[in-house]
Structures are given as C-alpha cells and as structure tokens.
Ligand binder design. Sequence first.
Ligand code: SAM
Length: 364
Amino acid sequence: MNLEAYHTLLKTPVPGGFLYTKPGARGSQDPAYTLLAEVLEPHGQSALDLNPGIGLVTHALRQQGLRVQAIETSRASLRCLEASFGSSVRVTRGLPWATEPDSADLVALVLPAHRGTRFVELALLGAARALRTGGRLWIAGSKDKGFAHYFKLAQAWVGYGLLVRREGAWRVAVLEKEKPAPSLPEVWQSFDWAFMGKTLSFSYLPGVFSGGHLDPGSAMLLRELPQDLGHVLDIGGGYGALSRPLLGRAQGLTLLEDDWISVLCAQKNLGEAATVLHSDVDEALTEDQTFTTIITNPPFHVGGLVVLETAIAFIEAAHARLERGGKFYLVANRFLPYEPLLEARFATVRTLAVNTHKVLVAYK
Ligand SMILES: C[S@@+](CC[C@H](N)C(=O)[O-])C[C@H]1O[C@@H](n2cnc3c(N)ncnc32)[C@H](O)[C@@H]1O
C-alpha cells in the first residue's frame, strides 16, 4: 500500500448510513464494537463514547437520537470521526479518565484491553465519574481479555449490573449508577533507566508502549546509531524512549505519534528541545519536510490485532521524508518480514544487529 492510499479515508456501510474508516484506525472489524452497537438501548439525552475508534457505537447512539460526545486518543481514528460526524457529534481528543463529572446519561465503553489493566480501570473510572446518578454504563469486551474482572470492578464503582449478551467470547453488560464514583488517583508514573553511561528519568501515563521499562528492541536500535545524526525524525515515537537519548546529539528532533497519551508523555520527557506532533504517520508534517536520519520501532498491532499496514506506511513515509544520502534505522521483532518491504523501496538495506529483535538500516 502506498502512502496516499494509507492516508485516504474510505466509506464503509453501517446500518442506516456509512462511516469513514482508514488503515490504522480502530473499531471497524472488531466484534466488540459491532455487538455493543447492536445491543445498546437509549437512555436520557446525552451520551459519551469513551473508546469510539471509527465511531460504530457513536453512530448507533446518534441513530437513537442521543446527543453524543466521543473522546478518542488516536489521530487516525479522530480523522475518521471528524469526517463521519462533522459537527453532529462533539469529537474530542482526550484521556478517557479525564471526563466531566455528572455530565452524561449514558456512557458506552468498548473495554480497551490491549492497552493494559490499569488503562482499562482508569477508563472505567472516567465512565463512572461522567455518569449522572441513574445513568447507564454499557461495556463490551472479551471473556479472554478480563471482561469478568472489569465487570466486577464496574459494579463496585457504578452499581447494579446485568450481563445482556454473550456471543462466543464476547460479552456486553449494562450497569446503573447508584453511588458516587471514587476520585481519580495520580495517573503519572516515572522510572529511570541507566543506558550507555547515563541515567535518564522518564514520565509516562497508563496505556503507552513499554511504560516503566526500556523496550529491548528500542535499546538495540539506540546502540546502533552513529554519533553524527543531523536532523532526526522519530516515527511512532511513543513517550520518547528513542528520542530522549538523542537530545543534544541531533541537530533537530521531530517526533510523530498517533496516540495522544503518548504525545503528552513525549512532550513532558523531551521538553521544548524537540517538536512532538500528534500525527497519523507523517500527516502532521508539511509537504517539504525532510530529515537526515529517521528512526522507528514500528507498531504491528492496531487495537490488539496484528496488522502490518501501519508499519508499511512508516517505511513509505521514511522513504519519502529522507534526504538523499540519509539513513533510515528500523528495529523489529526478529520474525517480522521487513527486509523485502525495505528492499522494494531502498537501494541498500543492511542488518546491523540480530537478537530477539533485529536492527535494519536502509540508505537513500
Ligand atoms: C512499538 S511502539 C514504539 C514506541 C517508541 N518509539 C519506543 O521505542 O519505545 C510504536 C509506536 O507507534 C505508535 N503508532 C501506532 N500507529 C501510529 C500511526 N499511525 N502514526 C504514528 N504513530 C503510530 C504507537 O502509538 C506506539 O507508540
């Protein structure tokens, strides 16, 4: 898939209309969304969708005549939501736990289990806090990804709940708010890592890639980088694990990241010395921006499903954004087939290190 195709929004039919979708956006081929959209019933006037993805559940709530706010973290999904709903839905870039208290009659939450237990628990807390007394919380998820635990927790924080649908491993439950929600705990955490003679301190929020430790793949890539880097672009930069050690060594540093939560972490970790952009691959760059060195540890999951199309778009973007004579460094799990993808684009591709991961470099 070329970069233009990756960035193109596609119309996908849904009951009673269509939604925009695109590669890299969550929630179009996911049974939890389909089931929740099918099962939920209207309640009151205002609804909050706390994990909308491309907006299947938001669409169902709109169809039922509710006023909807959709809070989303992914830039790819936000692009779809904005295109599908325009001003008919309040589409907000935000954190699922930072909700307005007592503001919604109904909250819908597809449990974002792929982001880890703490993230899901905080999203449930955000849902409990947003609901008015007597309001309803709808949750959907898989029994293989902790549904029973989250349902129990939601009952403790919200009130009485009923399992309303089982389909294979998928579950949908509805709860009614009977009690005041607990207050929000401190969400920021930090950790130190000692690496190549330096100790660096990182702040992070729940749900970011490799929060609390340096990913072994990222560490391998950092060991392979030359001293002289020029202008550096970090695609899919997370909380800044690859970029932070390069501060002061690179002539300029730009980080692109799809996940708003990771963007907030990277901004905190990198300060003003770097440019951190909320960006679906390279869409936030201007057309003429190019770089001497591009680094990436690309994702191969979207919403918990293994998908390589975003990683392929990273490679396409790296090729488009590299100066002639520049170098593109990529680290990946050893089993992932990146070599042919790189060779199709770059004249020279070399393997610099192999372990549990491999570090590849491509020259333009
Ligand atoms: C494997 S993690 C690497 C993070 C960081 N570079 C590190 O080494 O710790 C991949 C990152 O790519 C981000 N990502 C996923 N899809 C993206 C997209 N479409 N555009 C930009 N970043 C994306 C993820 O949110 C995640 O932070």
